[in-house]
Design a protein around this ligand. Sequence first.
Ligand code: FES
Length: 126
Amino acid sequence: MYTEKVLDHFSNPRNMGEVEGANGIGTVGNAKCGDIMQISLKINDEGIIEDVGFKTFGCGAAIATSSMATEMIKGKSIEEALQLSNSAVVEALEGLPPAKIHCSVLAEEAVKAALEDYYKRKEEAK
Ligand code: FES
């Protein structure tokens, strides 16, 4: 049912935890399943994501998709991270069962929420 990639990221999650000194944190939830996901980012002055972490109170697919999403945006620019789509995460994981697609949507939303928080903090600091 799950691909090797999903099982790998589920049993060996990358970038788990909250980044120290994060300057953008986004938390999103899915009302249907009740799962929650948080992405924290450390973005440098050049707009590059230096470090990224995730925390989730979620299912196995939520763990695998957020782990993969962090790998896909680490070292990338804000613009590139904004382009991250849930379908790109699913593709990188070589597929997810249809009932689990919403878990990847949560990962995309959490990345976007963290970037929004980064911009909000920047505005407030002005
Ligand atoms: Fe809801 Fe996976 S079942 S995030």
